[in-house]
Write a protein that binds this ligand. Structure first.
Ligand SMILES: O=C(CO)[C@@H](O)[C@H](O)COP(=O)(O)O
Length: 160
């Protein structure tokens, strides 16, 4: 949800059948009650950070309460923007602190940029333009999935 006052829309999304409610950390000074509310409404809670927000803004307390952490790799607003590689170290930092958490990337992700995201530890991928503009979207989806699967297996092997 790219909205201010994200707490206002939790019930509407739950009532509409939502299963995940992801909101921007920058949009609130009090994220923990929002996460609690999302969970009370039986949805998973995601916390997103924009490109200029450091990963350390996601405190251990917030991350432990949330189900998913989203590192935006473009400025929120529209599809088709250029992937911001400078955001990738935030994925690695979050993955190091939270080995078992879902960590998502969103923005400019496609066949040319998936490797760095997957190697940094992202296991949830949002891709718009790379899929919708592809001649064979299913092949792009398969590539994104397999790249993440291989990277996740490597990361798991290192941890073992
Ligand atoms: O909502 C946003 C950006 O505001 C993203 O979800 C993008 O829409 C993803 O699209 P691509 O960057 O993959 O085209």
């Amino acid at each position: 949800m790219m909205v201010s006052q994200p707490e206002k829309w939790v019930d509407d999304i739950a009532d509409a059948g939502g299963s995940l409610y992801c909101f921007h950390l920058e949009a609130t000074s009090d994220p923990l009650p929002i996460i609690d509310h999302i969970h009370e409404r039986k949805m998973k809670a995601g916390v997103a950070i924009s490109p200029d927000t450091p990963s350390t803004a996601v405190t251990d307390e917030i991350a432990e309460a949330a189900d998913m952490l989203l590192v935006m790799t473009v400025y929120p607003g529209r599809g088709g923007q250029k992937f911001l590689e400078r955001c990738v170290p935030k994925v690695a930092e979050l993955r190091a602190r939270f080995p078992d958490k879902d960590i998502e990337v969103d923005g400019g992700v496609g066949p040319k940029t998936i490797d760095v995201c997957a190697d940094a530890g992202s296991n949830v991928i949002v891709a718009g333009t790379a899929i919708f503009n592809a001649e064979e979207p299913e092949k792009v989806i398969a590539l994104l999935k397999s790249t993440v699967d291989v990277a996740q297996a490597k990361i798991a092997a290192k941890r073992a």
